[in-house]
Design a protein around this ligand. Structure first.
Ligand code: AMP
Length: 591
């Protein structure tokens, strides 16, 4: 096991104290590779060109140093982050807020299309140090004079290739031209198409280039599989795997210290011999934990990359990547903890839809396809449980002294005149305790949903957005005849819940019928897309119903219903945008 002391730490990299405190609380243990390389030059004020995609920790890579550099006594925009979509802008703003939790007087504002100008203007007037926005809306505020970037110190272009693909590159350049020449720029992009290279050459000065090397070579004795996270929580998926997999010892990788503890607790509560292994433990404690794994006193260790590096325990038959690693190199390190000493091993990777790109990167780097696996079904789990239950009865009959109970139960049976099978069943219930013997089918039938989704193609993460958009059909009112009752005028609405949230038509119908008091038979055609859906409803919806439906939640998402043909609230008279490279302009929903 290697010492974390040999690795750079957030402290040694120079991150400010209040941010360190927040990081410790969030549970980040060590900087990810992109963070280790980006933080020092950004702290020095250099420009940076980072080739990094979602999942590498790129947000913290720019957020931590640039927050460290801010002057919080000044309430004026000093840091601007441009992001391609409203979702990313919100996500980045939330990340910044969490890192800056212990910085008094910190103010960050996400600005994007679709949100009222009033709210944004009010906040801008109050004064903020950090703006995270989509290019269109940022540009509008600069034009209106409501956003003054004269005092800007740093600017981040996040997912620059996405901004290019979405046709924002001219806007980005326009914004860059409206910032002081002295500002520092960090440009992050998963790929480097020529247009992005050109922007980098034009605007970046002496930029430090950061690229995470993709090292290869995985042992062929290791079988690699991945499960696409959908429908079920990762924790439930993990327990299904644990119930069905024959394993000797398992090493589970997560990203944070807190997750190691949380998972260890949950697994222990479910009867597994599981322990956490993290950087909060002393070297001695860690060694003892590893010893317990070696000797079979514990079977499952849940660790982070750092503490599990170099772990050499022959018993480890399985490595489960509960959280996807930051890069192919750490993947190779992780799975190399199994298949030791000539044994075979199995590696399982959980991949959320938005992490699809990282999966492909790993496959490319290791030059090995990772086979897709299906989760054991509820039927499989129950079959196994019944088998184990029967086995326990046989083992008890074979190996335990049941004689004292025979007389007792014979007395009971005589006294109560009960069928012996009923007595046995009652005892089985007692033995089972609170835990039901059989697992129930989850209500949303996620397995079927997952297959349906896959039939429609591989729906990607933020990184695959370009493809997704390509598949989106225009939801223009005239695109398809509206369905509903033939004697009724219908209107098409858009709602902010889609495949990503595992929504099914019945959920939408249920919510609209109940909350909107609209008879289900009057609800027309429903089309589900990745992150939104459309639904045809009778024309002339009362305002109160509309407002109520806006606030209604389905699958954990606020519906935010709006007319499908409603454009964003961009001021009129703005010049036409250029179309993105190589394709039809996607419908504007994000900006
Ligand atoms: P990003 O690539 O910025 O989208 O980050 C991906 C995920 O990694 C986010 O959930 C972060 O909270 C998490 N993350 C980033 N840096 C670290 C770190 N040093 N330790 C643990 N988790 C991290």
């Amino acid at each position: 096991m290697s010492e974390s002391g040999t690795q750079p730490t957030f402290t040694s990299l120079g991150v400010a104290e209040p941010i360190l405190r927040a990081l410790n609380e969030i549970g980040y243990e060590t900087p990810s590779p992109i963070q280790a390389e980006s933080i020092p030059p950004l702290l020095e004020g250099s420009d940076l060109l980072g080739m990094a995609q979602t999942g590498t920790g790129k947000t913290a890579a720019f957020a931590l140093p640039l927050l460290t550099r801010l002057d919080f006594s000044r309430r004026e925009p000093q840091l601007l982050v441009l992001a391609p979509t409203r979702e990313l802008a919100i996500q980045v703003a939330e990340a910044l807020q969490s890192y800056a939790k212990y910085i008094p007087d910190f103010h960050v504002l996400p600005i994007y299309g679709g949100q009222s100008y009033e709210t944004q203007l009010r906040q801008l007037r109050r004064g903020v140090q950090v703006i995270v926005g989509t290019p269109g809306r940022v540009m509008d505020h600069i034009r209106r004079g409501s956003l003054n970037l004269d005092k800007l110190e740093s600017l981040v272009l996040d997912e620059a290739d996405e901004m290019l693909r979405m046709g924002f590159i001219d806007d980005v350049e326009w914004i860059l031209d409206h910032t002081p020449e002295t500002r520092q720029i960090a440009l992050f992009s998963a790929t480097m198409p020529p247009q992005i290279k050109r922007v980098a050459q034009k605007y970046l000065n002496d930029a430090k280039e950061v690229k995470i090397a993709a090292k290869t070579a995985t042992a062929t004795t290791i079988t690699q599989k991945y499960w696409r996270v959908s429908g079920l929580h990762k924790m439930d998926a993990l327990t299904r795997i644990l119930e069905l997999q024959q394993f000797d010892a398992m090493l589970i990788f997560v990203r944070t210290k807190s997750a190691t503890e949380e998972l260890a607790e949950k697994l222990s509560a479910r009867g597994y011999a599981a322990e956490a292994l993290n950087g909060d433990m002393s070297q001695q404690q860690r060694e003892r934990t590893v010893e317990r794994l070696k000797s079979g006193k514990t079977d499952i260790l849940i660790g982070t990359d750092v503490v599990a590096r170099g772990l050499d325990v022959e018993r480890i038959s399985h490595v489960l990547n509960y959280d996807i690693p930051y890069d192919a190199e750490s993947y190779v390190h992780r799975i190399g903890r199994t298949g030791r000493a000539g044994r075979t091993g199995e590696a399982i990777l959980f991949v959320a839809p938005r992490e699809t790109r990282m999966l492909r990167t790993i496959e490319r780097a290791t030059k090995q396809p990772i086979e897709r696996m299906d989760l054991p079904s509820v039927g499989d789990v129950n079959e196994k449980r019944v088998e184990r239950f029967m086995q326990r009865i046989s083992d008890t009959l074979d190996n335990q002294d049941i004689a004292p109970y025979l007389d007792l139960l014979a007395d009971y049976q005589k006294e109560h005149d009960t069928d012996p099978m009923n007595i046995a069943a009652a005892l089985a219930v007692l033995a089972q305790g609170d835990q039901p013997l059989l697992m129930e089918e989850p209500p949303a039938r996620p397995e079927r949903e997952r297959r349906d989704r896959d039939d429609r193609g591989d729906r990607g993460d933020r990184g695959d957005r370009g493809d997704r958009r390509g598949r989106r059909r225009d939801f223009d009112k005239n695109a398809k005849p509206l369905k509903g009752r033939p004697d009724m005028d219908m209107e098409r609405y858009q709602i902010a819940v889609g495949h990503q949230h595992n929504v099914q038509p019945k959920n939408i119908v249920g919510a609209i019928a109940n909350e909107g008091n609209i008879t289900a038979s009057l609800i027309g055609q429903i089309e589900i897309y990745d992150d939104f859906s459309t639904v045809d409803l009778p024309s002339g919806m009362p305002k109160t119903t509309f407002q109520k439906l806006k606030r209604t939640f389905v699958c954990g998402q606020r519906l935010n219903i709006r007319h499908a043909d409603e454009q964003d609230d961009r001021p009129k008279g703005r010049g036409p945008r250029k179309r993105p490279q190589g394709g039809k302009r996607p419908p504007r929903v994000d900006d």
